[in-house]
Design a binder for this molecule. Structure first.
Ligand SMILES: NC(=O)c1ccc[n+]([C@@H]2O[C@H](COP(=O)([O-])OP(=O)(O)OC[C@H]3O[C@@H](n4cnc5c(N)ncnc54)[C@H](O)[C@@H]3O)[C@@H](O)[C@H]2O)c1
Length: 411
């Protein structure tokens, strides 16, 4: 049985529960926050060894580790796993700085570990349907696609704040809108096979007016444009907060287009030019896609529209069959997405200037970025941000607003 350790008791436990449906043994849980560790253990519902410290945790006998610690601090732990030949299932983002992207790939190339980005949105039912249609070829060459991960949060929802943004220097309070990119970008990469080569971005700046907030980012979205290795263009949002909640994707080819309809559940709209209608299709096709999967019973019960179960199954398949995950779950695609996220923010801070996405397979690109440690986040080691997290570098909530939020979080 595959033995797995879980690092981070929040999201990590959700992932563990899906892995447990797939005949694995969860052997250890590591989290240095006692309250969250105990909550995680209870949710997990099994007896496992618990640790506060990663270096003790990693000494357990295990085949793979789930990295679900703070968003921007996955890389050093992935490297420690590589050094021990342990496989890595890593939450997004793969690396928090450009230099870490170089380090991650260098360490991976010296190891025998499998690395998979734990990105679940491409496996939602409508995204699977879009890939099926793109692969079928009826849309022709893909020219353009859009991806929106739009997740507005009620600012005074203090239950959410206490659960997800539970101290004022938490990464979610410093998260530039472009950084949480994989949920909008990865589904497009998966369906079309393209990888971004160049990026530029524009912010939607509209600071929060609340009396109580510790959110240092006054932007509601990053509108990111990429030019890709097949000459197609994507427009993606990172994590946006405009209009009403949705995850929306649209892929346009030379012959037609496919999209999921905002606010209409999982419904798909597939349309063709009237001179390109394939046999057996109409010009306008509106339908509910089907899973067509033997594990439908588990998928239906799993989080994020079934995506959580499917990516857990993909990871275990890689381990059992001994292969790397497919694009864009592999380490090079994961790091390309991280570079897109980081350089999109840099573009925002520089008036929309475009940046080339480096190919870290190439030594000259590694050299260019190996010392690039710009970060908008506070580190667990006490380090402070060295670039602004907001498009307006002068924006910040007042100390009084932050103090009030701290009081609420402690209450
Ligand atoms: N794919 C998805 O749908 C999805 C959903 C939620 C979160 N996530 C990702 O999962 C990751 C974790 O998210 P979360 O919401 O649980 O975040 P979080 O910040 O709430 O939790 C991280 C956990 O890791 C622990 N931790 C951090 N550093 C540690 C260290 N050095 N040693 C021991 N414990 C440590 C913290 O105490 C905390 O419990 C993030 O990368 C996030 O982006 C993905």
């Amino acid at each position: 049985m595959i033995k797995i350790g879980i690092f981070g008791a929040g999201r990590g436990v959700d992932i563990a529960k899906n892995l447990m449906l797939l005949d694995c043994e969860i052997v250890a849980l590591c989290d240095f926050n006692e309250k969250r560790r105990n909550e995680g253990l209870e949710k997990l519902g099994i007896d496992v060894a618990v640790f506060e410290n990663f270096d003790d945790f990693i000494e357990q006998e295990m085949d793979a580790v789930v990295l679900a610690n703070y968003f921007h601090e996955h890389t050093p732990y992935a490297i420690k796993c590589f050094e021990k030949g342990i496989h890595v299932f890593c939450e997004c983002i793969s690396n928090g700085t450009m230099a870490e992207g170089v380090e991650l790939i260098r360490a991976y190339e010296k190891s025998n570990s499998i690395y998979m980005l734990a990105e679940n949105y491409p496996q939602m039912i409508f995204n699977r349907e879009m890939k099926r249609v793109c692969d079928g070829g009826s849309l022709g060459k893909i020219l353009y696609a859009e991806g929106e991960y739009n997740h507005p949060v009620q600012p005074d929802d203090h239950e959410f704040n206490k659960a997800a943004v539970y101290f004022t220097d938490h990464w979610r309070n410093f998260l530039p809108r472009s950084y949480y990119l994989t949920h909008s970008l990865a589904p497009l990469m998966w369906s079309t096979g393209a990888t971004p080569k160049r990026v530029s971005a524009t912010p939607v700046y509209a600071p929060f007016k609340e009396n109580v907030t510790a959110r240092r980012v006054g932007d509601r979205a990053a509108i990111i444009t990429t030019v890709n290795d097949d000459d197609s263009v994507f427009r993606v949002t990172g994590c946006a907060a405009f209009g009403a909640h949705h995850n929306a994707y649209r892929i346009c080819g030379e012959k037609g287009q496919i999209e999921n309809l905002r606010g209409m559940g999982d419904k798909i709209m597939l349309r063709y030019n009237d001179w390109h209608i394939p046999e057996g299709k109409e010009e306008i096709n509106l339908y509910e896609p089907k899973w067509n999967d033997n594990d439908e019973e588990f998928i239906e019960k799993s989080g994020h529209g079934g995506g959580d179960y499917i990516i857990a199954r993909m990871f275990l398949d890689c381990i059992r069959k001994g292969g790397e995950p497919e694009h864009p779950y592999d380490i090079y695609s994961a790091v390309a997405m991280a570079s897109t996220a980081i350089l999109a923010h840099r573009s925002i801070l520089n008036g929309g200037m475009p940046y080339d996405i480096p190919d870290f397979r190439l030594e000259e690109c590694r050299k260019e970025y190996e010392n690039d440690r710009q970060t908008p986040f506070c580190g667990t080691d006490g380090s402070k941000p060295n670039i602004p997290c907001c498009s307006n570098p002068d924006y910040s909530p007042t100390e009084e607003q932050i103090r009030k939020m701290a009081e609420i979080l402690e209450s």
